[in-house]
Design a protein around this ligand. Structure first.
Ligand SMILES: Cc1cc2nc3c(=O)[nH]c(=O)nc-3n(C[C@H](O)[C@H](O)[C@H](O)COP(=O)(O)O)c2cc1C
Length: 273
């Protein structure tokens, strides 16, 4: 484990040393050979930047050699205009086809989402995928129970958000909670993990974009996100590992409709200093 350098391949260019976020690779000796600082194991983020930046494939990390990780392919590079259109054409999808998504496709999306940035490269996010209306409805029933409780006990929060209407429509068979989606994908992590909330939200954002790239549609499950933080019966039903809570989830499925234009948003509000 740790960092190992193939001195036959190393060009002593110092890239690995300069990109290391923890500054644990020093260029030592007259030749400037990269060498991990004493006690680096404690400090290393295991982020793989040293391995990924080396043009000569000279550095292995934690037993993984450069040949064992995917290269960044020049052929797959996209233009700024393509990247902008891809991101801007993502929409929150609220109408789904009545079929589940193939497991392989879900795995492909989650495999992208798991590589989202996380504080200190802690990668605390784990996932649960609910598939099929029956499984998803089990959760939306509980979310709706919590929304109803909120309407009764905290009307000053619930009523301005028209949560009473969401509940009434749900009870009448119109799923305003998960929009009839065939999947609910939730994140979870240990409740004491300080990186979990932000890491989960970024991972969900990656999932949203990954779904879009695969022709799928997703939508943030905001009511679920709140209920999962507060509502014991829902937390019990999620049956997550000891000490874990959900830090948010998303509905996902095959979209019924394609969006043909990019809607307007607020103008950029920015201060340049
Ligand atoms: C944190 C968060 C929670 C959301 N919760 C819900 C939700 O519960 N139900 C829903 O239909 N849309 C939800 N949305 C989607 C927003 O309504 C949507 O992002 C916004 O209207 C802009 O549309 P767009 O995503 O297509 O650009 C949520 C979005 C975010 C970022």
């Amino acid at each position: 484990m740790g960092i190992s350098i193939d001195l036959d391949k190393c060009h002593q260019d110092g890239f690995c040393s300069r990109v290391c976020p923890a500054s644990i690779i020093a260029m030592e000796g007259p030749e400037g050979t990269p060498s991990p600082a004493a006690g680096f194991e404690e400090i290393c983020l295991h982020c793989g930047h040293c391995l990924a930046v080396c043009p000569h494939g000279a550095l292995s990390l934690d037993g993984v050699s450069p040949d064992e990780v995917p290269p960044v392919s020049k052929e797959l590079a996209i233009s700024p205009a393509q990247a902008a259109q891809f991101m801007l054409s993502r929409r929150s999808i609220r109408r789904y086809q009545d079929k589940v998504v193939d497991r392989a496709l879900l795995e492909q999306a989650l495999d992208i989402a798991r590589q989202a940035p996380s504080g200190h490269n802690a990668q605390p996010v784990e996932w649960v995928v609910y598939s099929g209306r029956e499984q998803v409805k089990r959760i939306s029933d509980l979310v709706t129970d919590w929304l109803e409780w909120l309407c009764g006990h905290n009307p000053e929060i619930a009523l301005p958000l028209h949560l009473d209407l969401v509940v009434a429509q749900y009870r009448a068979g119109h799923d305003r909670v998960f929009r009839g989606a065939p999947h609910l994908i939730i994140t979870h992590a240990h409740q004491d993990n300080g990186f979990a909330q932000s890491s989960a939200f970024i991972a969900l954002t990656f999932l949203d974009l990954a779904a879009h790239s695969l022709g799928l549609g997703a939508c943030w499950a905001g009511y679920f996100n709140r209920a999962a933080q507060h509502y014991k019966p829902l937390q019990e039903a999620l049956a997550l590992p000891e000490g874990h809570i959900s830090f948010g989830g998303m509905m996902l499925g095959h979209p019924q409709y394609r969006y043909l234009r990019i809607p307007r948003r607020n103008p950029l509000r920015v201060a340049w200093r």
